[in-house]
Design a binder for this molecule. Structure first.
Ligand code: GLU
Length: 305
């Protein structure tokens, strides 16, 4: 790798070059508060074993949204073990949007959902330890802080309340899980945990630190290697919504995006990357964010394939 200042210059150049892709996307608008995001924001943070590189709006805060899903999966693996996780959710890509319903008349089964779609993530919240759902949410918040090495991470109450007020599709998904006896928890409390977790505020550096922990670059006491491998495998097939195949071809590393505009990319045993740009494509992935990752991946030969 180049020395620190050289690569920071290159990263600045790459990021500025990718700015032109912002116009091909738009901010999420399923809740009014996200629609207000400034689409001109663009930031990146890279943490490798030896260095940190950053550029642009890397310390701007945005809500983690679906990027909490790998953390829900990780905490469920830690709290309940792989067998209980595998009995509740499948591991196959659905090829459908993240909030999809089962359109067939067939009974919903665990093998129909995976941890990176809403139904799977909501189901997995039930496996997180805590005698109340508030406690589960707090454990997810603490887990995020620990992985991001940032104790100041908080929940955005406005986004949380907005998700709760408008989240009828998620409510329907949770009731469907309940109707098919995959969960038997109080649906509203369970959704509070999921909505709260999606509303955690992070920046690019936080995402890079979380990705660095998942990349398992250092002997790490928070995530064991088997859990990291499980999560990274699911991320590489299902992490970028129904655009995961294209992302695997173009970037080639496990990653998770969220409708807040963040993407967290894990380069196993090498680095963690966080990018932020709120203009999304029709699948919910940050357009400029994907381009930055694509360019960095080609430049640094990051693809694992
Ligand atoms: N809170 C969002 C939802 O569940 C997360 C969406 C996302 O980032 O994919 O609808």
């Amino acid at each position: 790798m180049n020395n620190l200042s050289d690569f920071n210059c290159e990263l600045a150049f790459i990021t500025d070059e990718c700015r032109k892709y912002i116009k091909y996307g738009k901010a999420a608008d399923y809740i009014p508060v996200l629609a207000k995001a400034d689409v001109n924001k663009l930031g990146v943070y890279i943490i490798s074993k030896d260095n940190e590189y950053f550029y642009g709006d890397y310390d701007d805060l945005f809500t983690i949204q679906s990027i909490i899903k790998p953390l829900i999966l990780l905490l469920a693996l830690q709290d309940a073990g792989v067998e209980r996780v595998r009995s509740l959710v499948g591991v196959e890509a659905t090829g459908k949007p993240f909030d999809t319903f089962n359109y067939t008349d067939l009974a919903l089964k665990s093998e129909h959902i995976n941890p990176m779609i809403n139904a799977g993530a909501i189901a997995l919240c039930t496996l997180i330890k805590g005698s109340t759902f508030q406690e589960k949410t707090n454990r997810l918040l603490d887990f995020t802080r620990k992985l991001a090495k940032n104790d100041s991470i908080e929940i955005d109450t406005t986004v949380y309340l907005s998700e709760k007020a408008t989240g009828n599709k998620n409510r329907a998904l949770a009731y469907m899980l309940n109707a098919y006896k995959m969960i038997n928890e109080d649906v509203e409390e369970l959704l509070d945990c999921y909505f709260g977790a999606c509303s955690i505020k992070v920046n690019c550096k936080d995402l890079a630190n979380i990705a660095f922990a998942l990349a398992h670059c250092l002997p790490n006491e928070i995530i064991n290697e088997d859990d990291a491998r499980f999560v990274n495998a699911i991320l590489s097939t299902c992490g970028m919504y129904d655009g995961s195949g294209e992302f695997a071809l173009n970037v080639g590393v496990p990653a998770k995006s969220g409708v807040g505009g963040g993407i967290m990319a894990v380069v196993p045993f090498r680095m963690g990357i966080g990018v932020f740009s709120p203009a999304l494509d029709e699948k919910g992935n940050s357009v400029a964010g994907k381009k930055i990752l694509e360019t960095i991946s080609k430049k640094m030969q990051l693809s694992i394939f």
